[in-house]
Design a protein around this ligand. Structure first.
Ligand code: SAM
Length: 324
């Protein structure tokens, strides 16, 4: 069993399978990374599976595959199939920008993906292209439709709300849930990577987003009584649902059960700290499973009680490298 230094049990792995991305969202990636981002050194499938088996044997039961853009990793479907067959792993999700989703949705479902999150910050073509530095909105919408058809339900749409960028689209995005059984998740911008410099100007709280949505009607709780789960709401007569991810104003650190394995082999205890163990180098130098586990426990001892409090410190890491 994996328990951090504050007594929280770890059951969830965020697995970044590549540092590359085929979009370059302005708040996520600095322009200098080039159009496809940087591949850097990347763990092999065997190394990833070894770490995942080890963590699963210690109680990790959920894995979310992310990146960079995870669908850019060669052989990602085979990797997901192998992850699904690890004893103890009960739930595998994927976070994607959706560019390649239209081509892969049914294969992803067949490979074992159960939960899918697609990033969608605007429903306006020009604006979407501006935020993502060239992304084609139509392609993403086709990908979302393909995921829905493939039975990856509910498709969750991640929308980072930014003042003066897309905050005027909150009601339009929330209205998607009137017609579609999707979940729109409004996310607070975190001061990480390129967002750090402009964060004060761009930040919009979940409370403000909620107020805007009130124009459409009262938000009805869908899962009242489930204190362990993030609250989910529905608009009156809505087919889908709405939720809020509020790492800044309502940090959920106290119940955090996550570890993060980066594609370069670093294991991190938290999105908000650069503390890590280099599992990649350890494996390359022939470390045994018990040595790897010792390194994992060392990282867990460094897991901050509240990551949000760490965000004030300047740091190099971008979200696409840690796996947002
Ligand atoms: N390429 C995939 C995608 O676009 O979903 C996965 C990686 S991306 C880093 C994962 C998520 O992190 C996206 O939903 C993105 O909007 C979010 N993200 C990136 N930078 C962020 C920031 N500073 N604050 C909040 N969310 C951020």
């Amino acid at each position: 069993m994996l328990v951090d230094g504050h007594g929280r049990r770890v059951r969830y792995l965020r697995l970044s399978v590549t540092g590359r991305c085929n979009l370059q969202c302005r708040y996520c990636l600095p322009p200098a990374r080039g159009p496809a981002g940087s591949a850097g050194s990347c763990l092999s499938d065997e190394a990833i599976l070894r770490v995942c088996r080890l963590l699963a044997s210690e109680g990790v039961e959920k894995i979310r595959v992310t990146g960079g853009e995870p669908l850019l990793r060669p052989g990602v479907l085979e990797l997901i199939r192998s992850l699904s067959s690890i004893p103890g792993v009960r739930n595998i999700g994927l976070t994607t920008n959706g560019v390649l989703l239209g081509d892969h949705a049914s294969d992803l479902a067949a490979a074992g993906i159960r939960r899918i999150n697609v990033s969608l910050d605007s429903l306006k073509e020009d604006r979407f292209a501006a935020i993502t530095r060239g992304g084609a909105l139509g392609k993403i919408l086709d990908g979302i439709a393909a995921a829905d058809e493939a039975g990856l339900r509910p498709v969750k749409l991640n929308c980072v709300v930014m003042r003066g960028v897309n905050d005027d689209e909150v009601t339009k995005l929330a209205s998607l849930t009137l017609r579609r059984a999707w979940q729109v998740r409004f996310i607070e911008l975190m001061p990480i990577g390129p967002a750090a410099g402009s964060w004060k100007r761009l930040f919009v709280s979940s409370a403000e987003v909620r107020d805007k949505i009130a124009e459409l009607g009262p938000l009805v709780p869908v899962n009242p009584g489930n204190a362990a789960a993030r609250p989910v709401y529905r608009l009156p007569d809505g087919k889908g649902s709405i939720s809020f991810v509020s790492p800044v104003t309502e940090p959920f650190c106290m119940s955090c059960d996550r570890l993060r394995l980066m594609s370069n082999g670093e294991l991190r205890p938290c999105l908000c700290t650069d503390a890590s163990a280099d599992l990649g180098s350890l494996m390359a130098s022939g470390a045994s499973d018990s040595e790897l586990l010792e390194a994992v426990r060392g990282v867990l001892a460094d897991k901050p009680l509240c990551g949000t409090a760490e965000l004030a410190r300047p740091r190099e890491t971008v979200m696409a490298a840690i796996g947002g």
